[in-house]
Design a protein around this ligand. Structure first.
Ligand code: PEP
Length: 258
């Protein structure tokens, strides 16, 4: 089944308002280079609205050519959750996507598979496309535990979803040792885990549904290594951190997935 590749920029806690707007406009202006690829920007939450305005995503009569996403959300609709934002709030700000379970949140903030699964359900209920991150630590890879760790995360983070819900999810395989380190997984290492994830999705939903689910690779993706990753049969895009902070390089990555 042909899958539309998806390349998302995770800006993390970088940029100021002016720089965020400028970067969004530059990506929007050059977006034609990556025609046929879904291109998504995930700014810090306080800049989501400004970036949405810059790329036109808040005008429902003009479908944005660049998608807007957040980097996190809470799983409850409202209430006493200081510092958090809900899925409905993100939709209200023009978001179509949300990154969930990023390793920085799992490691630094103790997010568990259970919490991620609850957030995934809340995101889907609000009409957001969740980008669900999984990936092993270096010590786990070196101990030969990659498949076991990723399987547990996929099963746990997507627990309780129907096949119809699974069909709407994007999965991002991000080996933690490759994030922000300049160490990219080899195309073979990445393809091996992507194939594992697709087989797990086939078990959780069905082979037909799994064949349509986009699985991104993330971890030091750059313009120079994107093409060899894009050539792998089960790699359907990239979740890009550092290299998404500069429009030309980010667009070159997106173009590699055409
Ligand atoms: C990320 O944090 O999702 C990521 C992949 O970062 P980087 O591209 O900088 O490794």
């Amino acid at each position: 089944m042909p899958r539309t590749s998806i390349v998302a920029g995770n800006w993390k806690m970088n940029l100021d308002r002016e720089a965020a707007i400028a970067l969004a406009k530059a990506v929007d202006a050059g977006r034609g280079q990556a025609e046929g690829v879904d291109v998504v920007l995930c700014p810090p939450s306080v800049y989501v609205e400004a970036v949405g305005t810059a790329i036109g995503s808040r005008d429902p009569s003009q479908p944005a050519s660049v998608g807007l996403g957040a980097q996190n959300m809470w799983d409850q609709p409202s209430g006493a959750f200081t510092g958090e934002v809900s899925a409905a709030m993100l939709v209200d700000m023009g978001c179509g996507y949300v990154i969930l379970g990023h390793s920085e949140r799992r490691v630094l903030l103790g997010e568990t598979d259970d919490l991620v699964a609850s957030k995934v359900k809340a995101a889907l209920a609000a009409g957001l496309t969740p980008i669900v991150c999984v990936g092993e630590q270096l010590a786990e890879r070196e101990a030969g535990q990659t498949h076991q760790v990723v399987s547990t995360q996929v099963r746990g983070s997507l627990a309780g979803l129907s096949a119809d819900q699974l069909a709407k999810v994007v999965v991002a395989y991000e080996p933690v040792w490759a994030i922000g380190t300049g160490k990219v997984a080899t195309p073979e290492q990445a393809q091996d885990v992507h194939a594992l994830i697709r087989s797990l999705l086939a078990e959780l939903a069905s082979p037909e549904v799994a064949a349509g689910i986009r699985i991104q690779y993330g971890g030091s993706v750059k313009a120079g290594n994107a093409a060899e990753l894009a050539a792998q049969p089960d790699i359907d895009g990239a979740l890009v951190g550092g290299a998404s902070l500069e429009a030309e390089g980010f667009l070159a990555i997106a173009a590699a997935f055409r």
